[in-house]
Ligand binder design. Structure first.
Ligand SMILES: *Cc1c(COP(=O)(O)O)cnc(C)c1O
Length: 394
């Protein structure tokens, strides 16, 4: 059915109209190559400079520390692969967590095959990394700590300031995948001692296919794409001018509206979580109840298959996401839900809903009614549930 309620803003967001409006002239009249010296090229070059400045300002960074990429995955790949190469003489050890996005985890696996030693930190039942374990994992060979700012599945926000301090004390580089956090929570790279940070346009109402890696001045890093001199010779290729323009506007818009927007989202989020936990039996909230993204709701229903729930929600016009790695065609439950200690059968009954500033209380009330009905229908068909009820009545 046609989607009428979109609750999957962690997957991607609607491009804001003001972003589209800002981008359009860079497809039509201002199509010049930013490297060209005539007026048309200069216009594009100026637009890139402005986008870079808008983004740097949100982070408290210098604009020359922002390197545009084709998205969050590329920025994550770059940070890890290029650090591994550039700091070979110092060591080969990287510390990350078990709950990173696959752009980090699969890059780590790739580097392991090339001689890297990777420590994957555990998280507690709320998805928070263990700082003691982090301290203990550090060796003289450790070159990089990469811990995501906020988790894309369960919304947990990590103690980034503390991690940054630990990294700085030990003179180790600190990278954070901030794709879900940038524009949602205040970030200042100096206050948090962040050396590298990844972000992506389409997660903040900007366009798809554009992202950036913040690289603190002084950090040695290899070029990611070789060719022309774009991005200060670090990332060759004619710049995605409309993308950069849109991203700059999206970043400014997200930062300017952050306080008001997230306050409203947190209210709606907690209202919805409260109703789910109160009105549906055998359900649990995943992720930290307080230290979580303003727009994230992730719950597991016992005796229910998440995939069936999603399909039935879709039939009611509701778009959400499950916790399992269904996109890869595998039926393994999400690595994040397993890392917080959920048994397979509970992890399989998970549902992630991520709201936006356009989500209303009515949307969530309607969604809750549908979830209630679907859950009770699915449970009636579940032999496990039947067994459970029989035992409890006995
Ligand atoms: C979406 C996402 C990415 C990947 O970003 P793309 O721009 O889609 O490549 C990386 N990390 C996290 C945490 C994400 O949510």
């Amino acid at each position: 059915m046609k989607t009428s309620i979109y609750l999957d803003n962690a997957a991607t967001t609607k491009t804001a109209q003001e972003v589209v409006d800002a981008m359009l002239p860079y497809f039509t009249e201002n199509y010049g190559n930013p490297s060209s010296i005539y007026d048309l090229g200069t216009k594009s070059k100026e637009a890139i400079t402005k986008g870079r400045e808008q983004i740097a300002e949100v982070l408290g960074a210098k604009s020359e520390e922002i390197y545009f990429t084709a998205g969050g995955s590329e920025a994550d790949n770059w940070a890890l692969k290029a650090t591994f190469e550039a700091y070979k003489n110092k060591g080969n050890h990287i510390i990350t967590t078990k709950i990173e996005h696959h752009a980090i985890l699969h890059t780590c696996e790739y580097l392991e095959k090339r001689g890297a030693k990777i420590t994957y930190l555990d998280v507690d039942e709320n998805g928070v990394v263990d700082l003691d374990q982090l301290q203990k994992a550090i060796t003289p060979e450790t070159i990089l700590i990469s811990v995501m700012f906020a988790n894309n599945e369960i919304g947990t926000i990590q103690p980034i300031k503390e991690i940054g301090m630990i990294a700085k004390e030990h003179n180790i580089l600190f990278h954070t995948d901030a794709v879900q956090a940038f524009g949602q929570v205040p970030i200042n790279v100096d206050e948090l001692n962040i050396d590298m940070l990844s972000s992506s346009g389409h997660k903040i109402n900007g366009p798809k296919g554009i992202g950036f890696l913040y690289i603190r001045k002084g950090v040695k890093i290899r070029s990611f794409v070789h060719g022309g001199a774009q991005e200060r010779k670090r990332r060759a290729g004619t710049e995605n001018v409309p993308g950069i323009v849109g991203y700059g506007v999206a970043a400014k818009r997200a930062a300017d509206s952050m306080e008001e927007r997230t306050k409203k989202e947190i209210e709606l989020r907690d209202y919805f979580i409260g109703r789910i936990l109160n009105e549906i039996p055998y359900v649990r909230l995943n992720g930290d109840p307080k230290r979580r993204l303003p727009n994230n709701i992730n719950v597991s229903f016992q005796f229910v298959e998440g995939e069936s729930l999603l399909i039935m929600l879709d039939m009611k016009g509701i778009a959400a996401s499950s916790g399992s790695a269904c996109t890869s065609g595998s039926l393994d439950p999400s690595h994040v839900l397993l890392a917080i200690g959920l048994p397979h059968e509970i992890a399989h009954g998970s549902l992630r809903m991520t709201i936006s500033d356009e989500t209303t209380k009515e949307d969530l009330d309607y969604t809750l009614d549908q979830i209630k009905e679907i859950i009770s229908r699915l449970r009636q068909m579940s032999p496990l549930y039947e067994d459970f009820v029989r035992k409890h009545q006995a």
